[in-house]
Each structure stands twice: as structure tokens, then as C-alpha cells.
Design a protein around this ligand. Structure first.
Ligand SMILES: *[C@@H]1O[C@H](CO)[C@@H](O)[C@H](O)[C@H]1NC(C)=O
Length: 552
């Protein structure tokens, strides 16, 4: 293989929590990703949106989700048709006002995607229309990990496409289909298609649907974790916090946010049976992460065998915080999430993890993975938006030691400019393929990673977030946060993330000038992105958590 421009491989996990990898604090066995982290870099202040499709739109466009077409997740926007319907930036697919990364890189690069898309259900918005020369994707945001009742249309529809052709899943997905291994098979078959590749460097996106619910994994892998979670989620949280501190992922003196749960009973109050049932869900979750890691290992082995590993920039990230099922608290189309699961699945203890089971692990296990941060997916608190990222390209990062942590603030919008910078492909600017497109809001990491620059984003960089009515705006280490009732107070809060990653001390009274400045920046951000503010949750939203005091 000739060594020309580097290949780029971006691997995205779905709802993976911050400490779910061994190298970030987990007990889950992830040797392949740990090896990448130990010979690469671990980013600890990498930020995404608080939900999956908005993050993916930012990844592929380098700009804000409210510009790229995912101003809201469609499932939520439906509750406020008068506000969102037909509004620019709220198309519900990656819109044509942005130049997508694969569109920019192809045909100089061989562009391929395998896994979840979630950036447009309908054919004009499929990946083959956005620059991917090879694509195999699940179109919606989630799917059964095994092949089970492919006739299902509403709740978990089997919508797959391959290279612009809709698949008949019953006939075209193999009976032993398992998401992580099949997405990897497809990815590798594209990668090894030398006729299509024609000697070009590749840009690959491998977007696993694990460990997103429904929690499903092979029985023998679930068995590996039997007993590991018998002390419950609060004990796991403590163990993860300690290991993360030992690994330098967080500082030992970080004050974690208190745990909030919708559950009526916490671990100590559960019966032995209830404990076993809850632990089995977490064992299954761990098995999904374990399987994901094994499949990443397969890709790395192939790159090694082809002599291409050294010449491949690899990034591994999660798309948002761990999933604590806030969705469950929001009414969707008049029925609760539990009603939708209905009688179709068999959720008996021994069946959990199989293709005809449908479980999720709940807010306590999720907070074991997001701690010390506050809350999880769908929140604008750090638990929803601060995700793990591994960067592996030793050629570029020689000035760092393998396994170093990068604490600098970064966002998913930085990935597009970083990739263009490293590959030496220019952004098209304002016009692209006959249309007007937005510029990039992110910044390349390359100068910093080569130690030619001391910073990535300076202290005056302002970054905003908005989804599900929750708002956040950050400048330097100060972050203002707004959470409408009933989930929050509907008043701006202020945090200093340099001292308080857990967002435990509301400084809005103490530093009113700082808050005022951030609220001004919020208005600018809101105007620049054309985002539509919501001050309330859908009618009928209930949230009465109990707060668990930390006894440790
Ligand atoms: C933060 O402090 C402000 C000012 O005292 C108050 O209005 C707001 O409710 C506080 N928010 C939280 C979540 O404590």
C-alpha cells in the first residue's frame, strides 16, 4: 500500500456512557479500545449535543444542529407543531444548506458508512445522496439488535438501505444478524472492495447502534458479567469514580452531582428478585459494550494486516451521554414508552438480552456512567453532552505520550475541520455543488495536537446548546444553564466547570455580571442559529425524582 494521504475512520457508539470503557473507568472488558486509547489520546472535555441525530448532524457538517436540519429530534418537535413545523433548520434530516464531510472528501477519498444513519428516513436524504460511495444503514434512530419480527412498522421499524436501495429485511438480513457484528462485516466488505476503492485513501464512518436499547447481546457474553453488578448502581458509581480518578480521567477532588431517580425504590429497598432482574439488565448492557469492542478489534486487525493502521486517523466517540430514559418521562403520541413495548416482547429474567426481549437499564445505572456529571442523555447538563473520545494517529501526536489525556474543551463540530486539515482537503466555502452552504463553527485540533498551538478554543470561544427546551451557553469555563419546569426551575443557573464539573454550585447570585454576559451571548447564539426557544415540556410531562444523598 502506498503511503499517501491518511485514511480516516470515525467510530460512533450509541448512548455509551462516559466511564463505560476500561480506559475511562469501567470494569467492562474493552481491550481493543483501551489499546487505541493507550497508544493514542483520551479526550475528557469533548462535547456533543444531548441527543443522537443532532450530534450526527454536527459531526458531518462542522456546524450547529439548528443550522444543519436537526434543530429538534422529530419525536419531540411533534408535540409543538405550531412552533417547529416547516421552520428552516428543523427539517428533520441533514439539510442541503451544509456541505457534508463525505461529499467534500469524495471522490478523492473512498467514502463508506455502515451502521445507524438517523439523518433522514426518506430516500432523497439517504447517505448515498450525501457523498457516501458505499453505504449500509439502519435509517431510524434505533432498532432491534437481532432479527425479530421484521414486519414491525411502527415502534421499531426495520428500515434498512444499501447503496440507495431499500432492503427487504426478512429476505436480505441473515437469520443470525446481530447489529454490531453485521455492521462490522459490511464495513469490512466495503473496505476490502479494491475495485471500488481504486487505491484511494478511505473515509469510513462506522456507527454502531450499541449500547442503545433494546439491551440485547449473546448469552455467553452476558454470562461473563454475571455477579459483577450485584452491589447495584450506586456502588458501581462509586467504583467508577474511583477508577476514573486513578486513571486521571477526572481529578480526585471533583464533587459529583447527587443522583436523581424516577424509581420509587433504590437498591437497598429492592427484593432479592428485583435486584437480580436489574443486575441482569446491566450485565446485558456490559455485554453489548464488550461485543462492540470485539468488533472494533476486527477492524483494527484488518487495518494492521493491510499495513494501513499507522496511516489511519482513528476517532472513537459516543454520540451523547448514557441513556437514563428521560424519553420515558415525556408523553409521546399519547402513549407511554412502556405501553409501546406492549405484549410483544418476553422480558422474563432468563430471556433478557435475547432478540425477543426489550429492556432498558434506567436512570440509576446511567448515572453510574455519567458521574461525576449531572444527569444523562437529553439534558444540557454535562451528563448529557460531555462524552468520551479516543484519538489515534501517533504520527501526528508524537509530542504527546501514548494514553495522555487531553483536557482542552472540544466539540463534535471540530471533527470536520480537523479531518479536512489533516487530509489537506479544503472546505468549499460558501458555495458547494451549486448551492449556498454554511461555514464551519468548529476548529481544527491539528495545531494543538502537534503542539504548535497551546489552545484549541480560547477563553472567548462561545458554544451554545439547545434541545428539548433545555439551553446552555459556555464561554471559557463558565456555563449558564436553563432547564424549564417541571425538570428544572426555569431560571438561569451558572456554573464554573473548572472547579465544578458536577454542576453542584449555582453561582448565578454570586457572579451576576458573568451570568449577564452569558445571557447576552445566548441571544446572539439564538439569533445566529435561528433556533426556536421552548419554555415548557409537552403537556402531561411528569417528573418527581427522589434525590439520593451520597453517603460515601
Ligand atoms: C440558581 O440561582 C438563582 C438565583 O438565586 C435561582 O433563581 C435559581 O432558581 C437557582 N437554580 C437552581 C437550580 O438552584
Amino acid at each position: 500500500m502506498t503511503v499517501g494521504k491518511p485514511n480516516v475512520l470515525i467510530i460512533v457508539a450509541d448512548d455509551l456512557g462516559f466511564t463505560d470503557l476500561g480506559s475511562f473507568g469501567a470494569e467492562i472488558q474493552t481491550p481493543n479500545l483501551d489499546q487505541l486509547a493507550e497508544s493514542g489520546l483520551k479526550f475528557t472535555s469533548f462535547h456533543t449535543a444531548s441527543a443522537c441525530s443532532p450530534t450526527r448532524s454536527m459531526l458531518l457538517s462542522g456546524t450547529d444542529n439548528h443550522l444543519a436540519g436537526l434543530g429538534q429530534m422529530a419525536e419531540y418537535a411533534r408535540n409543538f407543531p405550531e412552533k417547529f413545523q416547516g421552520k428552516p433548520g428543523y427539517e428533520g434530516y441533514l439539510n442541503y444548506k451544509v456541505a457534508a464531510l463525505p461529499e467534500i472528501l469524495s471522490p478523492e477519498y473512498y467514502t463508506l458508512i455502515s451502521g445507524k444513519w438517523h439523518l433522514g428516513l426518506h430516500e432523497p436524504y439517504w447517505p448515498d445522496k450525501r457523498g457516501f460511495e458505499q453505504s449500509f444503514t439502519l435509517l431510524p434512530g434505533a432498532g432491534n439488535h437481532y432479527k425479530f419480527d421484521t414486519s414491525e412498522k411502527e415502534f421499531m421499524p426495520y428500515l434498512y438501505q444499501e447503496n440507495g436501495r431499500r432492503l427487504d429485511p426478512e429476505k436480505e438480513l441473515p437469520d443470525d444478524f446481530y447489529s454490531s457484528s453485521y455492521f462490522t462485516d459490511k464495513f469490512l466488505s466495503f473496505l476490502e472492495d479494491e475495485q471500488k476503492r481504486k487505491g484511494r485513501p478511505f473515509f469510513g464512518l462506522l456507527t454502531y447502534t450499541a449500547p442503545h436499547w433494546p439491551l440485547q447481546a449473546p448469552e455467553e457474553t452476558i454470562k461473563k458479567y454475571k455477579g459483577v453488578y450485584d452491589s447495584g448502581p450506586l456502588a458501581l458509581r462509586k467504583q467508577r469514580l474511583e477508577k476514573a480518578a486513578d486513571l486521571g480521567i477526572i481529578t480526585a477532588d471533583t464533587i459529583p452531582h447527587l443522583v436523581e431517580t424516577k424509581d420509587e425504590k433504590v437498591w437497598d429497598e429492592l427484593s432479592a428478585e428485583e435486584k437480580t432482574y436489574s443486575a441482569r439488565k446491566m450485565e446485558t448492557y456490559a455485554a453489548m459494550v464488550d461485543e462492540l469492542d470485539k468488533n472494533v478489534g476486527r477492524v483494527i486487525e484488518i487495518l494492521k494486516a493491510k499495513g494501513e493502521l499507522e496511516n489511519t486517523v482513528i476517532m472513537f466517540m459516543s454520540d451523547n451521554g448514557a441513556e437514563g430514559m428521560l424519553l420515558e418521562a415525556l408523553p409521546f403520541g399519547g402513549t407511554s414508552f412502556a405501553d409501546k413495548i406492549g405484549d410483544k416482547y418476553n422480558n422474563e429474567l432468563d430471556n433478557i438480552g435475547k432478540g425477543d426481549s426489550f429492556v432498558y437499564y434506567g436512570d440509576l445505572w446511567a448515572q453510574a456512567a455519567t458521574a461525576p456529571r449531572h444527569m444523562y442523555k437529553m439534558w444540557a447538563t454535562e451528563g448529557g453532552i460531555n462524552c468520551p473520545l479516543i484519538f489515534h494517529y501517533p504520527k501526528l501526536t508524537r509530542e504527546w505520550a501514548g494514553g495522555d489525556t487531553i483536557e482542552a474543551f472540544t466539540t463534535v463540530m471540530d471533527i470536520l475541520p480537523t479531518v479536512l486539515d489533516i487530509t489537506g482537503v479544503p472546505h468549499p466555502g460558501k458555495y458547494f455543488k451549486g448551492r449556498e452552504v454554511y461555514g464551519v463553527r468548529g476548529t481544527s485540533w491539528s495545531p494543538f495536537l502537534q503542539r504548535r498551538s497551546k489552545t484549541i478554543h480560547d477563553d472567548n470561544t462561545v458554544t451554545g446548546w439547545e434541545l428539548f427546551g433545555q439551553r446552555a451557553i459556555r464561554k471559557g469555563f463558565y456555563k449558564a444553564l436553563y432547564v424549564p419546569p417541571p425538570l428544572g426551575t426555569g431560571e438561569w443557573e451558572l456554573y464554573d466547570l473548572a472547579q465544578d464539573l458536577g454542576e453542584t454550585k449555582n453561582l448565578s447570585d454570586v457572579l451576576p455580571e458573568v451570568l449577564k454576559d452569558l445571557i447576552n451571548h445566548w441571544s446572539i447564539y439564538s439569533a445566529e442559529t435561528g433556533l426556536i426557544e421552548v419554555n415548557e415540556y409537552p403537556k402531561g410531562t411528569k417528573y418527581h425524582p427522589q434525590i439520593i444523598e451520597d453517603k460515601h
